[in-house]
Design a binder for this molecule. Structure first.
Ligand SMILES: NC(=O)c1ccc[n+]([C@@H]2O[C@H](COP(=O)([O-])OP(=O)(O)OC[C@H]3O[C@@H](n4cnc5c(N)ncnc54)[C@H](O)[C@@H]3O)[C@@H](O)[C@H]2O)c1
Length: 254
């Protein structure tokens, strides 16, 4: 569709952070393709936006991803690889099926969507791709080994895409969210004790909001970030830098 608007596809746009990203992009004038494996959620989010189209589909399927871009109906200016899953468990207990599922959706899904996007962007006027990672891409944590490994791989893939696709006019960056009070972490933060400990451990003294991540997407998508390429933007209130501040130390002698 050529109505002068920029076109964005947001994967996993039917819930949590992806729904907030879809709304923020609509607010700055994008026509948004809200893609989700949950068709009802994709439709509900798209119906709440002024110019949007819902796309039911699985990011691990090349056919479904090609169909999503067909439904969008115009070359994408922006693609946000936000769809993701987590399977909790210590590595010595995690099933192979769970490990494979996480690799499939998070890492393979990111590649399938990004490649399909880049081919279309390269044939048009270029574009922007943003991949969602996690602070677990940088700092490991118990029980999220498979998830963290995929996020670290996406961070590397982002750098690889940036150097291969930069010459084609495509900027590729990543966003690493910290403790976000939404989506897959929302059940975890329903416990007031967990909220207090996690929120209190962040230097900015609060959990992150889905909108904090959406704002970072809007920035990286914009011309204000036109020379930012291959970067992983950590949006975590400073928490992964604060480990030394949280360890006991001797009081200053002077
Ligand atoms: N919530 C957090 O604290 C947090 C922290 C760091 C990173 N992240 C990342 O942010 C992104 C969004 O997470 P969220 O917290 O909003 O989770 P969420 O579970 O609320 O949303 C993920 C969405 O992806 C969709 N999805 C799952 N598999 C899919 C597939 N195969 N194809 C298409 N869609 C699929 C789901 O239906 C869901 O709507 C993820 O990549 C996640 O790893 C979240």
């Amino acid at each position: 569709m050529d109505n002068g608007m920029k076109n964005a596809l947001v994967t996993g746009g039917g819930a949590g952070i992806g729904a907030a990203i879809s709304k923020a992009l609509a607010d700055v004038g994008y026509r948004v393709g809200v893609m989700d494996i949950n068709a009802d959620n994709a439709r509900a989010v798209a119906e709440g936006l002024p110019e949007a189209v819902a796309v039911a589909g699985d990011v691990t399927s090349k056919e479904a991803v090609d169909a999503a871009f067909e439904t969008l109906g115009a070359p994408p200016d922006l693609v946000v690889n936000n769809a993701g899953i987590v399977r909790f468990g210590p590595l010595n207990e995690l099933s192979l099926a769970d490990f494979r599922a996480v690799v499939d959706v998070n890492l393979i899904g990111c590649f399938v969507v990004a490649q399909a996007a880049a081919r279309r962007m390269a044939a048009n006027v270029g574009g922007v791709i943003i991949n969602l990672t996690s602070v677990n891409a940088i700092n490991p944590a118990p029980n999220v080994g498979a998830y963290a490994a995929t996020k670290a791989a996406i961070a590397n893939l982002t750098q690889q895409m940036a150097i291969e696709w930069g010459p084609l006019g495509i900027r590729v960056n990543a966003i690493a969210p910290g403790f976000i009070d939404a989506g897959m972490s929302a059940p975890f933060f329903e416990d007031p004790g967990v909220r207090a400990v996690r929120g209190g451990g962040v230097p900015l003294k609060r959990l992150g909001l889905a909108e904090d991540i959406a704002n970072a997407v809007v920035y990286l998508a914009s011309d204000a970030a036109s020379y930012v390429n291959g970067h992983q933007l950590v949006v975590d209130g400073g928490v992964i830098n604060s480990v030394l501040a949280q360890l006991p130390r001797e009081p200053a002698k002077d």
